[in-house]
Each structure stands twice: as structure tokens, then as C-alpha cells.
Design a binder for this molecule. Structure first.
Ligand SMILES: NC(=O)c1ccc[n+]([C@@H]2O[C@H](COP(=O)([O-])OP(=O)(O)OC[C@H]3O[C@@H](n4cnc5c(N)ncnc54)[C@H](O)[C@@H]3O)[C@@H](O)[C@H]2O)c1
Length: 276
């Protein structure tokens, strides 16, 4: 997707962090932005930032857990802008803790946002993008936690391995179909966002689990020491232009993957690696 000028980019999780910075960077590249999120106030901030760059933008309150919301989002883009050129399925939440202490409510919440949010996005948008027949691209946000399994974060790690698998299968299926639609999977290392405070947008039951609270406290520190979202967004947009399949935010990714893959080839449990 070399040319982003006058293209229509739809970004989920656009009200904060990586999604918000991506909206601004794509606007700088000349795209019209459709910003989707559950957080209406955050969406206003994103719209204001995109307008400052001088691009067109609309905000659509969307809960990616709901298939109907994603269909309505796709309908709105088609009606208002004629279709989607770049789809960024980026919304995500974190919940950790020891696997045997993780309540089903946590599994429901994290998988419904991080996995079903992507599934609903693919089902709502991809058939229309194929039918339209123009060059297009889909970015799916996984994580370094989708490439190496970290400790005390089982629910999140499972969701991010699934996000990676969704991107890989989607890329292969689109290639086989002959549709001119590329796919990238974003695997960020630590980025200074509010992912450690994901529960701010959680409706319904919020179980109190000691090991989950402990790892969230660590995550807030970990992300606080990460790169700024505005610092990683230009590299993400460059990688989308080039059509890279995997998009890391640090060049240490290859070493983490090598260590894991060599252990697997020896039929060993991969060593615990805390990514940076
Ligand atoms: N920050 C990091 O260090 C890091 C590392 C690896 C991967 N990621 C991934 O990056 C993506 C963006 O996260 P971030 O770090 O910018 O965090 P963030 O919390 O700043 O942004 C996440 C956004 O997703 C939105 N969201 C949550 N539930 C939603 C729902 N049901 N429907 C629609 N939107 C919803 C939130 O409102 C928020 O605006 C996530 O998928 C996350 O897992 C982040």
C-alpha cells in the first residue's frame, strides 16, 4: 500500500495510545481517518489531533466485541467515503494473572476484544474490500507477546498468539484468492500507552485477582519506560507502505524469535524471555 494519499483508513482502538498516534501519522500521509473506539472522549481528542494536521476525519463509537457495531462501521465507511483502503484492527486490552487464578470473566473480556474484535472486523470488512477490487491493506495489532510467551500474562498472551495467527492465515488466504489486499501484523515491544489501565473501559463484572493486579502494576511501569506512541507510529506507517508482514517497534524482535525457535527445534520449552 505504497500510496496513502487520499485513501480511507479505518482504525479501531483509535481513542488512545498506538491507535491515536497511528491516526495522526496516517493523516500526515494524506489519508482520511475513520476513528473507532468505545471511548467517546478519547475519540474527540483524536479527531482534534487529526484536524490539526489538516485531514478529514470522523469518529464512530464502536465496540469491537459486537459484530453489529463492526458491520455498522463498515456500512458507514461505504456510505460516506465509498469504501476502506486501509483497515487497522488495533483495539486491545490487557489482563494478566496466573492461569489457574484467571476467572472466566477475564477470558471472556480479553478474548472478546483482542480476538473476536479482529474476527468481527475481518468478517465485516474483507468481503467488501474483495468485492471492490482495489489495492488495500489490513494491519492487525498483535504484540511481542504474540511471538514469545511471557509470565503471569496467560490470558493476554493467548489472545495475542491468536491475533498473530489470524493475521498469518488472513495473509495466506488473501494471497491464494488473488485479491490485491496485503496484511501486516504489528508486534510492539513496550510502548508508553494506557494499556496497563485497560480496565478503565471494562463494563460489567471486574473480578479482584491478586496475581492480576500485581502484574498490571508491573505493566504500568514497563509501558511507562517504553517508546512514545508518536515515536513508533512513523515506522509502522513506513512498514505498511512497504508491505512488511511483521512490524516490530524495536530491532530486538529477531533475537527473541531466534531464541524461541532454536529451543523448539531442540524440542525444549523455550526459555522465559522478558521482551523490552
Ligand atoms: N503499549 C504496549 O506496550 C503494547 C505492546 C504490545 C501490543 N500492544 C497492543 O497495542 C494495541 C493498542 O493498545 P495501546 O497500547 O495503545 O493501549 P491503550 O489502552 O492506550 O489503547 C487501547 C484502545 O483500545 C480501546 N478499546 C478497548 N476495548 C475496546 C472495545 N471493546 N472496542 C473498541 N475499542 C476498545 C480503548 O478504549 C483504547 O482507546 C492493543 O492491541 C495492545 O494489545 C500494546
Amino acid at each position: 500500500m505504497e500510496d496513502l494519499e487520499d485513501k480511507v483508513a479505518v482504525v479501531t482502538g483509535a481513542a488512545s495510545g498506538i491507535g491515536q498516534a497511528l491516526c495522526v501519522e496516517l493523516a500526515r500521509a494524506g489519508s482520511t481517518i475513520v476513528a473507532a473506539d468505545v471511548d467517546a472522549a478519547g475519540l474527540d481528542t483524536t479527531l482534534a489531533a487529526v484536524h490539526r494536521v489538516g485531514s478529514r476525519a470522523v469518529a464512530v463509537r464502536t465496540d469491537v466485541r459486537r459484530a453489529d457495531d463492526m458491520t455498522q462501521l463498515a456500512d458507514r465507511v461505504d456510505a460516506e467515503f465509498g469504501g476502506t483502503d486501509l483497515l487497522c484492527l488495533n483495539a486491545g486490552v490487557f489482563r494478566g494473572g496466573l492461569l489457574w487464578e484467571s476467572p472466566i470473566e477475564d477470558w471472556d473480556w480479553v478474548l472478546s476484544v483482542n480476538v473476536f474484535g479482529i474476527v468481527h472486523g475481518i468478517r465485516a470488512f474483507v468481503p467488501r474490500m474483495i468485492e471492490r477490487g482495489t489495492v488495500a491493506h489490513i494491519e492487525i495489532t498483535s504484540s511481542m507477546a504474540g511471538l514469545v510467551a511471557t509470565g503471569m500474562s496467560g490470558v493476554y498472551t493467548v489472545s495475542k498468539f491468536a491475533a498473530f495467527a489470524l493475521a498469518e492465515v488472513l495473509a495466506n488466504d488473501l494471497l491464494a484468492s488473488g485479491a490485491p489486499i496485503g496484511v501486516s501484523v504489528l508486534c510492539p515491544s513496550a510502548v508508553a500507552t494506557r494499556i496497563g489501565e485497560s480496565e478503565r473501559n471494562r463494563a460489567g463484572v471486574r473480578p479482584d485477582v491478586e496475581s492480576a493486579t500485581a502484574i498490571e502494576t508491573i505493566l504500568v511501569d514497563f509501558c511507562g519506560n517504553g517508546l512514545a506512541p508518536e515515536a513508533v507510529a512513523p515506522g509502522i506507517v513506513d512498514a505498511i507502505r512497504r508491505g512488511d508482514f511483521v512490524i516490530p517497534t524495536r530491532d530486538t524482535m529477531g533475537e527473541f524469535v531466534r531464541v524461541r525457535s532454536e529451543a523448539l527445534q531442540r524440542k525444549e520449552l523455550p526459555p522465559f524471555q522478558m521482551f523490552d
